[in-house]
Each structure stands twice: as structure tokens, then as C-alpha cells.
Design a protein around this ligand. Structure first.
Ligand code: NAD
Length: 371
């Protein structure tokens, strides 16, 4: 296994914990990257094959996302090495064992991630009283159901419009991944006059230049069908969404869907990254050269973690959504102004701003808040 000091820098990680509880069949890693701004918040991923390096990279991504969002929290991440499709009773046992093992790690607040959900967070909460993304009955704000990330994304898009000479009224939007993030982003943008011309899921794409019926697409998804089964529009394969001519392209599905090899196919003015790392660094460079504005993931998709942090501090749903709107508008504008002034890609500007915030927080803390 790679030595964590090989990947450490001046920001972190502050702590790496390897957890092994043979009786519970638990093997897990916790990476607390940086806690200068406050206890770290980050998801618990359940997957059989995540390396320590990957976990550390994900924890760093949370440090930058939380700093960018102006939250009083640093970044962390944990991985439980297991197949998340195990029977529920086994999953509960494993999650409870994990929660007990991190009980004294007060600098880490667990949230849901791939392979875990609000039920898992309820078990963590029951064991140690410290988790976010809880069911409503425990004071949670159901962020996926309400569309917290899509709400934030819609505000990031609105703030970006002046930087790419676009007007939301009549702007053509294509959404890759009609799930929680994609559907709600489409819904909020359509409510303000944008026209959703295409949507896709893992099974296909549906395209209708005059605008899609989002209610009909949502019903298809509830019935377990693909958006491509919608009768009102032209259906295609999942990859076809990349070729749709539009003004705003929203990747809200998986990592690395646009690479240097296919970035040329995108015909859009603005890309708003809803998914985490949907574009490779090379693809972002190609698009920047072409004058396409790309809103980086950790700026544009922070709605979910802002909602989670607000939940942790006891805020209401309304307060959480107001905070998301305010923060995403302000941060997107700040990043794009810096990128324009310094003539650098938005991601470089955003990383610079986020790291500056972390370093300023570190300067206020004994030992830089690293222990
Ligand atoms: P989800 O499971 O609700 O939806 C994902 C959608 O993507 C599904 O409709 C699925 O069919 C589709 N999809 C999968 N592979 C595809 C492909 N190859 N082409 C087109 N569509 C494909 O997930 P979600 O919660 O909406 O999250 C989407 C992405 O955003 C993930 O990468 C997630 O990590 C990231 N993200 C989510 C949140 C959040 O609040 N949920 C916050 C930040 C980032």
C-alpha cells in the first residue's frame, strides 16, 4: 500500500486511520484531510476497490469544496471495503461497527456517498450521534428528494450567464444523467425560462428541440424506465447527449464522461458540472481553448454539502436553500471574475481561491488546525 506521506502536502492529510475489526468483518480507512475551518465533513463510501490514494484525493476534494462553499468545516472521506449490495442486516452490522470505530474521531462527520444512504447515516447517528444526511424523522433535510444540488447548480448557471453572453429565457439545456442532480437542475432552470432540449440516462437519450416534458420524463424514471422511452422526442443511445446542440450542457451522471478524445463533439457555450469530475483536465483545457465556459464541479455542485452542513447545525429547509442560493451565486461570480481578470481557466481560479481560504483558516489555528 502506498505511504500516505508520499501524497501529503502543506494542507493535509491531517490524519489517516486504518480500521480493522475482524469480528465484524470490517476493513475501512478514514482520511481527515484538513480541519482548519472546523470538523471535516465527507461521505462514507462503501466499495470493494478504493485505494488509500483515491480516498485521500476524495478527502482533499471535500476540503476544497467545503472551503469554496464557505462552510465552517474541513474535508474528509472514509471507505468501507465491502460490496454495498449485501443483505441489509449485514450492512447495518458493518455500518454500526464502523461508526463505533470512528466514535472518538471528533474531527470527522460522516455523510452519505456511493453505497451508503440516509438509513446508514441514521445507524451512524444512533451509535455516535454524529452524521449528516439523516432521515427527516431525525432532523434531516432530504437533499436528494428536494434537489439541493440541482438548486445550487441552477444558481451557479444563472451567475455564469453574464460571463458567456447568455440569457436564461430560451437558453437550450442538455442534461446528461436524469437522476437526482440532473432532474432537479433541469426543473429549476426550466422554471426560469430555459428550454430543456435533451436528457439522458444510462440507457439512452431523448432529444426535442422545442423542449421536453419534464413531468413525463420523471414519471418514466419512477416507473423504472429510461427517458429514451418518452414518445415525444427523438430517442438515441446514452452517448448521443454529447452531440446535442445547446447553450448549457450539464453533466450529472459519472466521472470522466468528457475527455480530450470527445470534447470536440460538445456544441455548447457553458458546461455546468453537476457530477464530480465529469470532465478530464485535458477536456477542460480543450474547451477553455475553444472559449466554452466550464463551471468546476466543486464550485457548482456544492448545494448538497451546504444542505448537509446546515442540517448538522439545526437549520430549517428554507434556511438551507437560501444559503445555497446565496453561496453559489456569490462563489460562482467570484471565481469567474478572477478567471476573467487573470485570464485563467475557472478551475485554476477556483482552486486558488479555495486553497487561499484554507491557508487563512490554518493561520488562525495552533498547529494550523492539523491535529
Ligand atoms: P443518481 O443516481 O440519482 O442519478 C444518476 C443518473 O445518471 C441516473 O439517471 C443514471 O441512469 C444516469 N447515468 C449513469 N450512467 C450514465 C451514462 N453513462 N450516461 C448518461 N446517464 C448516465 O445520482 P445523483 O445523486 O444525481 O448524482 C449524479 C452525480 O453527481 C454523481 O457523480 C454524484 O457523485 C454527483 N453529485 C451528487 C450530489 C448529490 O447531492 N446527489 C452532490 C454532488 C455531486
Amino acid at each position: 500500500m502506498q505511504d500516505v506521506f508520499d501524497i501529503a502536502d502543506d494542507l493535509g492529510p491531517a490524519k489517516v486511520l486504518h480500521i480493522h475489526v475482524p469480528d465484524a468483518g470490517l476493513k475501512a480507512i478514514l482520511v481527515v484531510d484538513n480541519v482548519a475551518a472546523g470538523p471535516s465533513i465527507g461521505g462514507v463510501r462503501m466499495a470493494p476497490d478504493v485505494s488509500l490514494t483515491e480516498c485521500a484525493r476524495l478527502a482533499r476534494a471535500m476540503t476544497l469544496k467545503n472551503a469554496m462553499a464557505g462552510l465552517p468545516h474541513g474535508g474528509g472521506k472514509s471507505v468501507i471495503f465491502a460490496d454495498s449490495r449485501m443483505p441489509e442486516v449485514e450492512k447495518q452490522r458493518l455500518i454500526r461497527a464502523f461508526a463505533t470505530a470512528i466514535g472518538s474521531e471528533l474531527q470527522y462527520i460522516a455523510g452519505p456517498d456511493m453505497g451508503t444512504n440516509e438509513q446508514c447515516m441514521a445507524w451512524v447517528h444512533d451509535e455516535i450521534g454524529r452524521s449528516v444526511g439523516l432521515p427527516r424523522e431525525l432532523g434531516g433535510i432530504p437533499l436528494d428528494q428536494l434537489g439541493a444540488t440541482g438548486w445550487g447548480l441552477a444558481h451557479a448557471v444563472k451567475a455564469a450567464l453574464p460571463f458567456c453572453d447568455l440569457d436564461l429565457a430560451g437558453a437550450r439545456v442538455a442534461v446528461q444523467g436524469f437522476g437526482s442532480v440532473g432532474y432537479h437542475a433541469a426543473r429549476f432552470l426550466a422554471a426560469q425560462g430555459a428550454v430543456i432540449v435533451a436528457a439522458s440516462d444510462s440507457r439512452g437519450t431523448i432529444h426535442r428541440p422545442e423542449g421536453l416534458d419534464l413531468g413525463a420524463l420523471s414519471r418514466l424514471k419512477t416507473e423504472g424506465k429510461s427517458v429514451a422511452e418518452c414518445r415525444d422526442g427523438e430517442a438515441g443511445g446514452p452517448g448521443d447527449i454529447i452531440d446535442i446542440e445547446c447553450d448549457i450542457w450539464i453533466p450529472a451522471a459519472r466521472p470522466d464522461v468528457v475527455t480530450e478524445q470527445n470534447a470536440d463533439r460538445l456544441q455548447t457555450r457553458l458546461v455546468a458540472e453537476g457530477a464530480n469530475i465529469p470532465l478530464t483536465t485535458g477536456a477542460e483545457e480543450v474547451l477553455h481553448e475553444r472559449g466554452v465556459l466550464v463551471l468546476p464541479d466543486f464550485v457548482a455542485n456544492a448545494g448538497g454539502v451546504i444542505c448537509a452542513a446546515m442540517e448538522y447545525h439545526g437549520a430549517t429547509q428554507t434556511a438551507a436553500f437560501d444559503a445555497i442560493a446565496e453561496k453559489l451565486t456569490h462563489n460562482t461570480t467570484q471565481v469567474l471574475e478572477a478567471a476573467t481578470n487573470e485570464q485563467i481557466p475557472p478551475r485554476i481560479a477556483a482552486v486558488k481561491i479555495a486553497k487561499e481560504r484554507v491557508r487563512k483558516a490554518m493561520a488562525t489555528r495552533r498547529w494550523g488546525g492539523m491535529v
